[in-house]
Unconditional design. Structure first.
Length: 176
């Protein structure tokens, strides 16, 4: 024989009734409803993450290189001091290595060479930009028949012409 009144609810650990139960709707819950289309969400993140990673990587590389060079110089100075304290003649010791800043350090010492490098840089940049502009103008001339979109190529062409003019004005007087 069954007890009257149907099944009784279970009691909690203290013998008390638990919280009231609510009836949940019988619908499927989409956990990823906030993402939507994955291409609309992931692609902008990927597009902007590439330059961010490149910039952060470049800055990190420069910091690591500078720290490494300073540590090499510091260790060479310590070895030199230890050798001098040991009684070795300083003229017989190898020179302390300089920080390798490449050609920047050389051009800072020689202003004529710096001016020559600046002129060559302006010449190369001017020629590349001028012909890029001419190429764009020719491309748009053939692609858009009857329109004036070819004039877009004139913008980099005039920039290139300005760079060439600037290279002519800052060139060393003795020639390149």
């Amino acid at each position: 024989m069954k007890p009257p009144g149907g099944p009784r609810p279970s009691k909690g650990a203290n013998g008390e009734d638990g919280p009231p139960r609510h009836a949940f709707p019988n619908s499927e819950v989409n956990v990823l409803h906030f993402i939507g289309d994955i291409e609309e969400t992931i692609m902008p993140i990927m597009v902007f993450s590439i330059p961010i990673v490149a910039i952060v990587g470049g800055i990190t590389m420069g910091i690591v290189r500078t720290m490494t060079q300073s540590r090499i110089i510091e260790n060479a100075q310590r070895e030199r001091i230890a050798a001098i304290q040991a009684g070795i003649d300083p003229s017989k010791l190898p020179p302390i290595p300089n920080a390798d800043f490449g050609e920047i350090a050389e051009t800072a010492r020689d202003p004529e060479q710096a001016q020559r490098r600046r002129t060559n840089g302006l010449l190369v940049g001017g020629v590349v930009t001028l012909f890029t502009g001419i190429g764009l103008a020719v491309f748009f001339l053939f692609m858009d028949t009857g329109g004036n979109s070819w004039a877009i190529g004139m913008i980099p062409a005039f920039i290139g012409f300005g760079l060439l003019l600037s290279a002519f004005l800052v060139r060393p007087r003795g020639g390149i």
